[in-house]
Design a protein. Structure first.
Length: 456
């Protein structure tokens, strides 16, 4: 789609209606001018016919019209138009005038009342009137017609005199609109110029200046800038924390590797390699969590494919996958609640990762022999619950543990503080929410993730 100028759009939307109104007004003005010129000249034409009718005399019961030549010349004389007439008797035919004068298509209902009609005579368009003169024994018809030069001239003169001021007025209005729109759009152009001048890294908010209509634009733009500033700050903190979290295990891994290379004693060499394996596992775990967290970031959620999934079935499968590890740690891991029918909208891979992180957190930070239960219940909302009977999380820390790289002081697990942050990000992506409650048994932690029902 080709972008168009707002300035031109406004000019187009305002001037086109003005021009259309001018055309409509011109047509109305033309009709009015034609109507009034016709009425004026029809009245003169009727007066001429009445004057001619008064000259009709009756001699021995027969109508006659005896006008001097000079009087006929005066009657027919006109500077611009030609005048024609005919006086006819129904009994005796033409009395005086033009024999081939066109007949009227009809007559007025009353005597001496005019009937006007348009016709052609001697190759020219004329306007004519006919009146009926009553007599005891005959009917006299008096017809007078003239060409249309004066009528057309008057119509044109009236039309021009009416339209010219309106054309000038519309032209002046368009110029004023042009200048007004340019001035009204100046604040937008100023904002655009300010945006263009700014360095890409300059995220300072724009001042809320200009007219009221421009302020929603700057307000929305400032909101986006604040969100972008916060996102960049969060990204910088994330990178800094990730670098810090990776530095320690990588440094320990380097030390253990160098130690393994130096040692010649088999037992010490094997012990060093065990530490290397532990470090590699920790780094791999951290890398996997960082990748999961990156996939759940808001800037890539648009690419996440949400689909209807049975949370109960997925949770049961993931729990079964973690049973061997739980047994290896001496923990008791089980699944309870609904077996199926808990349909939500979610990304399959991220949903499995979220459940795995909840189980991993419970096993990692729980005491030896910890009991972990995964539950799914379907009601108005779908609930996922992971409960353990470990040391628990203090009330004042239950919100902060969802932040990235946050670990409770004194916790004995070797996690990096990303598990619950990943849970919150994925829950938010799937239109859910996460919270920490007290365990139902009274000891330990119960993490709940609530989802809206999805369509099956």
């Amino acid at each position: 789609m080709v972008p168009t100028s707002l300035h031109r759009q406004l000019i187009y939307r305002l001037t086109v209606p003005l021009i259309m109104l001018l055309v409509i007004d011109g047509l109305i003005s033309y009709g009015l001018a034609l109507h009034f010129s016709r009425r004026a000249y029809d009245a003169i034409l009727y007066d001429s016919a009445r004057s001619l009718a008064t000259q009709v005399k009756f001699v021995a019961g027969r109508a006659t019209l005896d006008l001097p030549r000079a009087a006929l010349e005066i009657f027919e004389w006109d500077v611009m138009d030609r005048t024609f007439f005919a006086v006819n008797s129904e009994r005796h035919g033409l009395i005086l005038g033009h024999r081939d004068f066109p007949k009227a298509p009809a007559l007025a209902s009353g005597d001496l009342e005019p009937y006007f009609f348009n016709s052609d005579f001697q190759g020219e368009a004329i306007r004519a009137v006919v009146i009926r003169l009553p007599t005891p024994s005959d009917v006299i018809l008096v017809e007078v017609g003239e060409t249309l030069a004066k009528r057309r001239g008057l119509t044109t003169e009236v039309l021009v005199s009416m339209l010219m001021p309106q054309i000038v007025l519309v032209f002046a209005a368009v110029m004023l609109l042009w200048q007004g729109i340019r001035g009204g759009l100046a604040p937008l152009e100023a904002v655009a110029a300010e945006i263009e001048r700014r360095d890409p890294g300059d995220l300072r908010p724009f001042p809320d200046a200009g007219p009221t209509e421009v302020r929603p634009l700057t307000t929305a733009l400032n909101a986006k800038l604040r969100a972008l500033t916060a996102a960049q700050a969060s990204q910088r903190r994330f990178i800094s924390n990730a670098a810090h979290q990776l530095r320690s295990p990588l440094a320990a891994l380097q030390v253990q590797t160098e130690r393994a290379l130096r040692e010649s004693e088999p037992e010490i060499h094997a012990k060093a390699l065990e530490h290397v394996v532990t470090g590699v596992r920790r780094v791999a775990h951290l890398a996997r969590q960082l990748l999961t967290l990156a996939r759940a970031e808001p800037d890539v959620t648009a690419s996440a494919r949400l689909e209807p999934l049975d949370l109960a079935a997925v949770a049961r499968e993931v729990t079964a996958e973690w049973v061997p590890q739980a047994l290896a740690q001496g923990a008791d891991l089980g699944f309870a609640g609904d077996e199926s029918g808990a349909i939500i909208q979610a990304d399959a891979a991220l949903l499995r990762e979220m459940i795995a992180n909840l189980i991993d957190n419970a096993l990692r930070y729980g005491d030896k022999g910890v009991r972990v239960t995964v539950e799914v219940h379907a009601a108005q909302e779908i609930g996922l619950f992971v409960e353990d009977d470990g040391p628990g999380i203090p009330l004042e820390a239950r919100e902060s543990v969802f932040d990235r790289f946050v670990r409770l002081p004194g916790s004995h697990g070797d996690g990096c503080g990303l598990g619950l942050a990943i849970v919150l990000e994925i829950a938010t992506l799937c239109r859910g929410r996460a919270a920490i409650r007290d365990a139902v048994s009274g000891k330990g932690t119960r993490v709940e993730v609530m989802f809206p029902r999805g369509l099956a």
